[in-house]
Design a protein around this ligand. Structure first.
Ligand SMILES: [Zn+2]
Length: 899
């Protein structure tokens, strides 16, 4: 230690007026702990005399379990059961090795959670005063425990340790902000055999890694399993750390990274990291996380990226990386307060990434590579609805508005609803940035961003820094517009009409922001203007077409009324294929063919064929013929038309909580059916509640689902309702009930119904569940098998079931025939008992299921189980049943354990 300190003295020339952290750390892989001695040359950059120095102890936020969530819900984050992460301070000493006192406290601002907040601040009392512009040397001996989690950060999984920010005590930029104070650091690691360190900065011969510049943090990834692929374009070096066998993905990502870095550097200024490192993270999903000079990408960008159709999601990978790399300028490069001004990180990163994507891939179709000559891709192309980043943004923001979750794009942590933050910062923020571009012009916005980066890089700034830069480049009007776009949550909804040479534009929303208006005249010439609020434009020529905000560069959420004449895309006409492809579903009404095939109870094929019209995701109506075809078993050509009816279908969605539909069928006359009319209506209501999940703001979610349905025909009527109370996130329980009233041929109606309950618990890889239910006049079901073919429907029955499921998972995934990827396997053992009355039976059953944890295209999980059950009725010889499909218990446990 003495040697270390002496060596250190020689090089402490304060190049930057920032604190200097020197960390010598050793990893103990058996306990998941890093033991370290950190020497901080703390620099007083304030105007006041310092009597104490405070450090944020981030790892202690992971010490306690979230008390608001059930252990079932937490098992996704903790595959082996809850494992605390924490930091313990052993000693604090000052310059001359003398131990000094310190106290532990609660940090004044805690990023997002309201539990495990104790001991998150280390306050060191200085034995003497430190005047402005003076330094003091503090030596802190600490150890940090890495918890086993599937967060992808602040974690260890298998032989991989990852911690981006503050695994060591770090000073906050200001007492009441959640921004780390940039500091210069040197790091020397002592790692067990086989481990390699990935961090930022440069390694010198003596084993020290030096940041050279003040950084937000010293990110570390310690791994035994990553391999390196490195690529340089002469100016920049990109290193991709990937798992075995993923080198081709690493090569691809390296080229995206170099291309993106070059693009950004030309626009937003030079980076000063010598090397950019991209690391394959282990949890599934298409996610990314950025730190100084380091980007983590979810395993979805590697292991599962090429499943089914290799290359299909390439543009998405490019975007994912582009968003994270953008943080090296905005969010990390210029650090902002992540709890009060996170839009200056996320909205800016999203804006520059989408701007780059549009320049490379075009304004539409920049999510998927739909040019791949593959039949599946061609089918997808006819299905793909929202396939650009801006359509996604408009749609998601619109959905937020409909659900009553809207807020300002610059929402602060603690305001509004926690589950609206991501859409507000990323999607609404992206649209707000694009709208700012329309208002002040693109060149000025790009210049603002560049100046902001060059002036404030490697500093933690407040929102004023951005506003000052914006003011300097674009004046006070730009500030007013920024305020309207980011602080005002009033909606924007432009409407347009045209008559001869006049165009009338009206904003039905309360927030008047500038929009582009693209006019096409009858002679084929065009003109682009910018309008703010209600306006009438008069031209010298007659107007043929008008589009308000054609490139989705505003906060306008309702886009159907942005066009004159309104856009109607007729998909029934095959010659309009290209138009269908070029026009967004958000902007147009779609007329489309309806074709479905199902089978009825007697095995006949039922087909609906006709036409529909849809206003995307809000309402649709369809009508046509329903044909029932009877197949002759002996002769495949013997298809007979058994019935033909006319159908009408209507569907309406008010928001995520209230939806309804109506289906009507009437005989065409040439039917042998006894039913001459049939109506079926359904409506679904869920009740949103404001729930506390332990975070800084409540969530608005629905636990209660209610549904009603009714049918009426000449052969009888039926009424039904159901209720679901899904409380698995809080207590691990779920209750559902159903009640039906049916009348055949208008005879005395009969009631039937059931009530079921589920309770699940989770202890690391082991899950337990109990289920029970009671029913009357309902078909018999036991362990999710339908026994109605074997047992007559009783008047009443009760059943009880218990199961234990055990998961074996691997930290790295494996693919099978490029169709699916496998994380692990669950094996469940079940026992069930059912008792029925009139007729009276006792049924005992024993079941098992195998539940593979599978993922496919876009890294989406597949819920599938192979079930097996033996049962015995009244002690008779047991019978066996096998089936495919998830039981409720397997489904709930699997959903809560896939990561
Ligand atoms: Zn981001």
């Amino acid at each position: 230690m003495r040697l270390l300190t002496m060596f250190f003295l020689l090089i402490t020339v304060p190049l930057f007026s920032v604190s200097f952290y020197e960390i010598e750390a050793a990893l103990d892989a058996s306990s998941g702990v890093i033991n370290a001695i950190m020497t901080v040359d703390w620099f007083n950059d304030t105007d006041c005399v310092a009597t104490s120095v405070s450090f944020f102890l981030y790892p202690n936020l992971l010490k306690e379990k979230n008390p608001k969530l059930s252990n079932l819900a937490q098992s996704q984050a903790y595959p082996l059961g809850f494992d605390p992460g924490f930091i313990s301070i052993k000693t604090v000493r000052i310059d001359n090795d003398e131990e000094i006192g310190y106290e532990m406290d609660k940090a004044p601002v805690l990023f997002e959670q309201r539990y495990s907040t104790e001991n998150t601040l280390l306050r060191i009392k200085l034995p003497y005063l430190v005047h402005p512009q003076e330094s003091v040397r503090l030596i802190i001996h600490f150890s940090t425990k890495f918890p086993v989690t599937s967060f992808g950060d602040n974690t260890r999984l298998g032989d991989v340790y990852i911690w981006r920010f503050a695994w060591y005590p770090v000073e906050l930029a200001k007492q009441n902000t959640f921004a780390f104070k940039p500091h210069r650091w040197r790091l020397r690691l002592h790692l067990p055999e086989g481990f390699e360190a990935i961090t930022t900065g440069e390694l010198s011969n003596d084993g020290w890694i030096d940041s050279h510049i003040p950084l937000v943090s010293c990110p570390i990834i310690l791994s035994k399993v990553h391999e390196l692929y490195s690529l340089s374009d002469g100016d920049r070096v990109v290193e991709v750390y990937h798992l075995k066998g993923q080198e081709s993905k690493a090569r691809q990502l390296a080229t995206y990274a170099l291309e993106t870095l070059k693009y950004y550097e030309e626009r937003y200024g030079k980076l000063d990291y010598s090397t950019i490192r991209i690391v394959q993270d282990l949890p599934s999903g298409l996610f990314g996380m950025a730190a100084d000079g380091v980007v983590l990408l979810g395993d979805g960008a590697f292991t599962t990226a090429d499943l089914v159709v290799p290359g299909l999601i390439d543009p998405t990978l490019h975007f994912l990386l582009a968003h994270e790399l953008a943080h090296l300028w905005f969010g990390i490069g210029v650090e902002c307060d992540f709890s009060s001004a996170n839009h200056l990180s996320e909205s800016l990163a999203q804006y520059v990434a989408v701007e780059m994507m549009e320049s490379v891939y075009g304004y539409r179709h920049n999510l998927f590579n739909v040019e791949i000559p593959d039949i599946l891709v061609r089918n997808l192309r006819s299905q793909l609805l929202l396939d650009s980043w801006t359509e996604q943004a408009v749609y998601q923001y619109g959905a937020l508005l409909r659900d009553g979750l809207d807020g300002p794009a610059a929402i602060r942590m603690g305001e509004g609803y926690y589950n609206s933050y991501a859409t507000l910062w990323y999607e609404k923020g992206l649209l707000a940035m694009r709208n700012l571009e329309v208002g002040i012009n693109k060149e000025k916005l790009q210049r603002t961003l560049k100046l902001y980066y060059e002036r404030y890089r490697h500093q933690a700034v407040e929102e004023e820094a951005f506003l000052d830069t914006l003011f300097e480049v674009a004046g006070s009007e730009a500030i007013d517009l920024y305020t309207r776009l980011f602080k005002d949550s009033g909606p924007v909804d432009y409407d347009v009409r045209a008559d001869a040479n006049k165009v009338r534009i009206e904003n039905g929303g309360g927030n008047d922001v500038p929009v582009e208006v693209f006019v096409t005249f009858t002679d084929g010439s065009t003109e682009l203007s910018v309008v703010t609020g209600d306006a009438t434009l008069t031209f010298a020529k007659d107007v043929a077409k008008v589009s308000v905000d054609p490139l989705r560069k505003s906060l306008d959420h309702n886009r159907f009324n942005n066009h004159y004449p309104r856009l109607i895309v007729n998909e029934l006409d095959p010659s309009k294929g290209e138009k269908k492809w070029k026009t967004s579903v958000l902007d147009s009404l779609r007329v489309y063919p309806v074709t479905t095939l199902t089978t009825d109870a007697s095995g006949n094929v039922v087909t609906l064929t006709g036409a529909g019209i849809e206003c995307f995701d809000r309402w649709r109506v369809a009508f046509g013929a329903q044909l029932t075809l009877e197949m002759s078993e002996s002769d495949l050509s013997g298809v007979r038309l058994a019935r033909s009816d006319c159908f009408f279908q209507g569907w309406y969605k008010l928001n995520s909580y209230l939806q309804g539909s109506l289906f009507a069928l009437s005989s065409t006359g040439n039917s042998s059916s006894f039913a001459y009319g049939f109506f079926k209506g359904e409506f679904f209501l869920s009740l949103p509640e404001s729930l506390d999940f332990g975070y800084v703001a409540p969530f608005k979610v629905a636990r209660w689902g209610l549904g009603c349905y009714g049918s009426l025909s000449t052969s009888g009527y039926g009424l039904g309702s159901y209720v679901v109370f899904d409380n698995t996130a809080i207590t691990g329980s779920l209750i559902m009930g159903r009640l039906n009233l049916t009348s055949e041929g208008y005879a005395t109606p009969t009631w039937s119904g059931l009530l079921e309950g589920f309770q699940g618990w989770r202890y690391g890889p082991i899950g337990l569940s109990l289920r029970g239910g009671a029913a009357f006049n309902e078909a018999v079901r036991l362990l999710d098998f339908d026994l109605s073919d074997f047992l007559p429907t009783p008047d009443h029955y009760v059943r009880t079931e218990g199961s234990i499921i055990c998961f074996a998972q691997q930290s790295t995934r494996q693919t099978a025939y490029n169709l699916i990827a496998l994380r692990g396997m669950g094996l469940s053992v079940k026992y069930g008992y059912l008792k029925s009355w009139s007729p009276a039976h006792d049924v005992y059953s024993f079941g098992m299921s195998i539940v593979p944890q599978l993922y496919t295209l876009m890294d989406s999980p597949i819920m599938l189980a192979f079930q097996f059950m033996v049962y015995s009725v009244d002690g008779a010889e047991p019978e066996m049943l096998v089936g495919i499909g998830s039981g409720l218990d397997d489904l709930i446990h699997t959903q809560n354990s896939m990561w």
